[in-house]
Design a protein around this ligand. Structure first.
Ligand code: SF4
Ligand code: SF4
Ligand code: SF4
Length: 370
């Protein structure tokens, strides 16, 4: 369907959300305080606020904001829960998950998050729809995605290094772009169109002036983000696979892991990570199978019965993360499993920075040793 764009005034945004909660369990962005604030080393005055997504029905409406950049939590948390029951052994009836749950609507996700869903879809929906995770599939199909442009960015944001723009042009149902007195609302799916059709009194077709105003704002954010990223010197996406392979025996992995405390923050906050383990639990006369998030930075990620561990050393685990993201995925789907959201940078107590590691791998391969 052809995307249509409307104007929604500031006063009517809550009416828009009120309409959505009739059919969906809606999550909206609110500001939150976090202890870790990363300032810019290059003199840019960048925001350090953080946002989280909260259930609409549980927040004071005055708390709801339009977030300038992505929220703290990765979007995958809505489709693939940290810990969930995926089967039972001896039950009389099979589990019917999500039977009574309303589908979710998520407002406040950004284009890095939209990009990350391509990775999650590849893993959980399969290439040819043959190996499908039914829980993920149902949530993903039913969800309403309300993305938004990024009028600002955090120090850790580096989407543009991989040619991902700080605004969405596909992959959403609704997209909101902030104007001075309201929002441009892109309507991009049948389910969004159905909702838009029921609130026509709130929406007026976007004018050429509003559309060109949005383009100017988008271009301005790109210019500023590109200028900021030029200081970080992040390698282009075309060389990622090459530099990670060439750096297999690099000392960088050892050096970087000196400050790792193995908290798992980087893997659990990552938009594109997706590994899990299955474990069984006894529940009354029954036995249930649980799926729990896992990740290669954790010591026991590859431990097997008998105690063997293919990624015994910490440097091996860090390297594995980069091989998976920048070699395996490029080989299998043609692009990297990283969207530049910077969540792993924000969360790491060891100050381990993916941008720095990629730059150093590039330098080792291409710059002559001094
Ligand atoms: S990484 Fe890019 S798209 Fe994501 S929040 Fe930051 S500026 Fe926006
Ligand atoms: S590796 Fe870091 S920047 Fe890349 S998707 Fe994961 S959290 Fe975001
Ligand atoms: S967030 Fe940092 S300290 Fe924690 S596991 Fe990841 S690299 Fe190690």
């Amino acid at each position: 369907m052809k995307m249509e764009t409307y104007f929604l005034s500031n006063e009517d945004i809550l009416k828009f959300y009120d309409r959505i909660v009739k059919d969906y369990q809606l999550y909206v962005p609110v500001k939150t305080k976090t202890p870790i604030k990363i300032a810019c080393d290059y003199g840019f005055s960048l925001p350090t606020d953080d946002y989280i997504l909260k259930e609409y029905s549980a927040v004071n409406k005055e708390e709801i904001v339009f977030n300038e950049y992505r929220p703290i939590e990765p979007v995958r948390t809505f489709f693939n829960q940290y810990k969930e029951e995926v089967g039972e052994y001896f039950a009389q009836e099979t589990i019917e998950k999500d039977k009574k749950e309303k589908p979710v609507a998520i407002s406040g996700i950004k284009n890095c998050d939209i990009f990350s869903l391509k990775i999650q879809d590849f893993v959980f929906l399969g290439k040819d729809d043959d190996i499908v995770d039914p829980f993920y599939k149902k949530r993903r199909q039913d969800a309403l995605i309300i993305s938004g442009d990024c009028p600002g960015f955090k120090e850790a944001c580096f989407c543009r290094a991989f040619d991902i723009n700080p605004y969405c042009e596909q992959g959403f149902d609704f997209n909101l772009s902030v104007l001075n007195n309201g929002y441009l609302v892109d309507v991009n799916s049948k389910k969004a169109n159905l909702i838009a059709g029921s609130i026509r009194d709130l929406l007026t077709p976007a004018t050429l002036g509003q559309l060109s105003g949005r383009s100017a704002k988008r271009d301005a954010v790109i210019r500023k983000l590109d200028e900021h990223l030029s200081h970080h010197k992040i390698p282009k996406k075309e060389v990622l696979q090459e530099i990670v392979k060439a750096g297999h025996n690099s000392q960088i992995w050892h050096e970087q892991m000196r400050t790792c405390v193995e908290c798992g923050g980087c893997i659990f906050m990552c938009d594109t990570c997706h590994c899990f383990l299955l474990s069984d639990e006894i529940s009354g006369n029954n036995s249930k199978r649980l799926r729990v998030w896992d990740g290669c930075l954790l010591k026991n990620f590859t431990r097997v019965a008998g105690g063997g561990n293919a990624l015994k050393m910490r440097y091996m685990r860090l390297r594995n993360r980069y091989i998976k993201k920048f070699d395996f995925f490029i080989d299998n789907i043609g692009f990297q499993a990283c969207c530049g959201c910077g969540r792993c940078i924000d969360v790491c107590p060891g100050r381990i920075d993916i941008r720095n590691i990629l730059r150093r791998l590039y330098d080792e391969k291409y710059l002559p040793a001094s």
